[in-house]
Design a protein around this ligand. Structure first.
Ligand code: BGP
Length: 490
């Protein structure tokens, strides 16, 4: 098994899941800052004030609060993003540990509200710019290439309320101004950018947050929001190339592999359509620069009519991404038949696959699915590909020797790295791999700390207690070996 010479081994995070310091140095509130913690049975909640009364509604990635209300913080509730793992104050020590593992790249996101507290100011907040500059300089010290997500589930709260979660095309200008500010500010410090984290989540989360029922109005909103985000992404790509031709800009897709559950031709067709709607729709627009033929069928199914201008079409055609990136955690079964035993993956709710094992959170472990996804995607777009999230969320226990022996995590990652090796051998131009939550962080789905992904343990629990001290797990030394041997020593 051979990985390319300059393969980008590393780890991935997101601002609201690690930084904390949610209201310091001029930072404004983001949607994630009004999101409480949940658990296996209870979803995370968005807290808001309507007619002066504090209320809450289930949160989902990118979900907004009801019209006419304002986002608010309930003093009696716990908000995981407010302290998270305090990366804001500990980034030097954390990056040092990443360097010790030999990271070639570190994926992080920028909190829009540190740069533009409300989201639509003309002038950026200097303290916010300075923070990320220091982080990138620290990375450079160790020859770690930052891989920067511009928007990772944390729209400014002010904009989210004003433009009702991307219901208004004015969001495009706000995003493009924000992105342009970053491209100019960090020229020479950053090379790799991702425009929107898991952009297809707008479609994937439909039905998950509403118990399977989705109205045409919800589809209308999701497709329109996506269109504005596609245009915003395309315009950002164009600007990036203009500001620095060396910039490499990627999209970022939540990569769930769909399989038909039965050989019933109806299932085979349903599976094909599931791929189109959940995976290809976003990738096709962002990589090919235009809507695919089947888009009209998808819109017709739900009576969707989109605001698309000729200028939008031109921007999409001119702002194609340079690489395809995706997260990969699980596969999903698609069927038109009745299902008894369902899985509970973040965006996957198909039938349980008897050939696979499931994590404590009901996510299917399927390394072959990663190879399958890589081969399908490379065949379709022939662009460089990066796996920018992958990992096992598990409860880690400190053993009597004071250490964490996370052989289950090593085993999971090893199988997925082997799968990547097979895809590379089959011709896929895979250029990097950043495991999710390389340091323990707040879970996006549940807001819990106890769902851990890291090579580095962080002493903090689900209620926010703990010293925040860091400690390498067994997987830390294992990954170091993997990187040093460029994927040979697993
Ligand atoms: C992806 C998100 C990440 C991350 C990951 C794991 O969907 O991009 O932000 O959190 O899933 O999910 P969770 O934290 O729910 O385990």
């Amino acid at each position: 098994m051979k990985f390319p010479k300059n393969f980008l081994w590393g780890g991935a995070t997101a601002a609201n899941q690690i930084e904390g310091a949610y209201n310091v140095d001029g930072k404004g509130l983001s949607v994630s800052d009004i999101t409480t913690a949940g658990d296996l049975k209870n979803p995370r909640m968005l807290t808001y004030k309507l007619n002066g009364k504090l209320q809450e509604k289930p949160a989902a990635p990118g979900a907004g609060i009801p019209a006419g209300s304002v986002g608010a913080i309930d003093p009696n509730k716990y908000y995981p993003s407010h302290v998270a793992i305090d990366f804001y104050h500990r980034y030097k020590d954390d990056i040092k540990m990443f360097a010790e593992m030999g990271f070639k790249t570190f994926r992080l996101s920028i909190a829009w509200t540190r740069i533009f507290p409300k989201g639509d100011e003309k002038e950026p907040n200097q303290a916010g710019l300075d923070f990320y500059r220091k982080v990138f300089e620290e990375c450079k010290k160790y020859n770690i290439e930052p891989l920067v997500t511009i928007s990772h589930y944390e729209d400014p709260l002010y904009l989210s309320e004003k433009y009702k979660d991307w219901s208004d095309r004015k969001m495009i200008d706000c995003y493009v101004h924000y992105a342009e500010t970053l491209f100019k500010e960090y020229k020479g410090l950053v090379k790799y950018w991702l425009t929107f984290n898991e952009i297809n989540s707008a479609l994937l989360m439909l039905g998950i947050s509403s118990g399977g029922k989705v109205t045409d109005a919800q589809y209308q909103h999701a497709y329109q929001k996506l269109h504005y985000q596609f245009v915003a992404s395309a315009r950002a790509v164009k600007l990036a190339h203009k500001i620095d031709p060396n910039y490499v800009v990627g999209n970022m897709i939540c990569g769930i592999v769909n399989y038909p559950m039965t050989p019933d031709p109806k299932d085979i067709l349903a599976n094909r359509h599931a791929w189109e709607k959940s995976i290809f729709y976003c990738g096709d627009v962002q990589c090919k620069g235009k809507y695919p033929t089947y888009a009209q069928r998808l819109w017709n199914e739900h009576n969707v009519h989109l605001d698309i201008t000729d200028q939008d079409k031109k921007d999409l055609a001119e702002g194609k991404v340079d690489m395809y990136t995706f997260s990969y955690y699980m596969s999903n079964l698609v069927t038109t038949h009745k299902v008894k035993d369902k899985m509970s993956g973040n965006f996957a709710a198909g039938a349980k696959n008897p050939y696979l094992n499931y994590s404590d959170w009901g996510w299917a472990t399927d390394p072959d699915g990663l190879q399958y996804f890589l081969e399908v995607i490379y065949d379709r777009y022939e662009l460089p590909v990066m796996v920018v999230e992958n990992g096992l969320g598990a409860v880690d226990k400190i053993s009597s020797d004071g250490k964490i022996h996370d052989d289950y995590r090593i085993d999971y990652l090893k199988q997925h790295i082997e799968a990547m090796g097979r895809a590379i051998a089959n011709g896929v131009d895979l250029i990097g791999y950043t495991t999710w939550g390389c340091i323990d962080l707040v879970s996006a789905g549940t807001g819990q700390m106890s769902k851990r992904y890291g090579f580095i343990y962080v002493d903090r629990d689900d209620k926010g207690n703990g010293t925040l001290d860091r400690m390498p797990k067994d997987s830390f030394y294992w990954y170091k070996k993997v990187i040093a041997s460029n994927g040979q020593d697993l």
